[in-house]
Design a protein around this ligand. Structure first.
Ligand code: GUN
Length: 295
């Protein structure tokens, strides 16, 4: 039976640390970290994520604003908002919740954000720095995964990490972070994806398996090496008549079966998702500190 890697405990600890650091920053420099959210359209999951992130900002003592645009808004309106926040000294982080409506070019929007305010770590400048091992604003979900490993003393150095999924938000950045010659990285990394034939033959080689697929319970027990560490990034809604809402959230891993053979596993909910929000606060604090003349 696996150890459950509790994302909530870790996120709470990080959020307490950030709150104290933000208070010290305010006392010594007068700076209050400020985060601007841009939400386009009515996607219920996006609305819920932005709400949770906004609550976390308030709890940490940050300043935050949310600009909501209708799903019919055009790209120029989004770019104009970004331009305004880029110039706003009270705003240190800008987060455009993805996905954007199909008529808006996501990449142009990401590239319009000042890289110093790119608290999602999606701007090509930040991704480029990540790739060559320069400290920068790192994408929140991968950064949260590394915090989970660190705080449970699971050292990926010399281990074989298999990442399933090659998204720009999770798969590619976590693979490139873990391969760096740095503490809590230095792993041997394989990226599997939709082009991978016989996925199980790869996942079974993983000492640390990271599932960022976006498909409910795609990783089954037979795909996991006994004793492996399993990190589940999935957030999938499935029908469940026994719940009030008629649905519930499950990960990319068949948790009940895999927990019997893994040595450690993140639950969904209560795993990686919680640390993603905590790392957004860390990034916003870091972005604010960088603007301080005393920094
Ligand atoms: N959509 C899904 N995950 C994310 C994220 O980490 N940041 C943003 N901006 N949008 C997302």
């Amino acid at each position: 039976m696996a150890i459950i890697l509790d994302g909530k405990i870790i996120a709470d600890a990080i959020q307490r640390e950030v709150k104290i650091a933000a208070e010290q920053l305010r006392l010594t420099t007068g700076l209050v970290p400020g985060l601007a959210f841009i939400l386009v359209g009515e996607n219920p999951a996006s609305q819920s994520y932005v709400k949770s992130k906004g609550v976390a900002c308030l709890d940490a003592g940050f300043y935050s604003v949310t600009e909501r645009l209708p799903g019919t808004a055009d790209e120029a309106e989004v770019l104009a908002l970004i331009d305004r926040f880029n110039k706003d000294e009270k705003i240190h982080g800008i987060l455009v919740q993805l996905p954007l409506p199909a008529h808006i070019n996501e990449q142009r929007v990401i590239e319009a954000i000042d890289p110093g305010k790119d608290v999602d770590g999606f701007h090509p400048v930040n991704i480029g720095k990540l790739m060559i091992g320069i400290d920068t604003l790192f994408p929140c979900t991968p950064a949260g995964i590394i915090e989970i490993l660190k705080r449970y003393a699971i050292d990926p150095s010399g281990k074989h990490v298999v990442v399933v999924g090659r998204s720009n938000i999770v798969g590619k950045p976590i693979a490139n972070m873990l391969v760096q010659k740095k503490e809590w990285c230095n792993a041997i990394v394989t990226i599997a994806h939709t082009g991978t034939k016989d996925l199980a033959s790869f996942t079974r080689q993983a000492d640390i398996l990271i599932a960022a697929i976006g498909k409910a319970r795609a990783i089954t027990a037979d795909m996991v090496k006994p004793g492996a560490v399993v990190i589940d990034v999935g957030i999938n809604r499935i029908p469940d008549a026994s719940t009030k809402s008629g649905s519930r959230i499950v990960g990319d891993v068949d948790f009940d079966a895999v927990k019997e053979i893994a040595s450690a596993i993140t639950p969904v909910p209560g795993g990686v998702g919680k640390t993603t929000i905590a790392m957004l606060l860390v990034n916003t604090l870091r972005a604010a500190v960088k603007t301080s003349p005393q920094a």
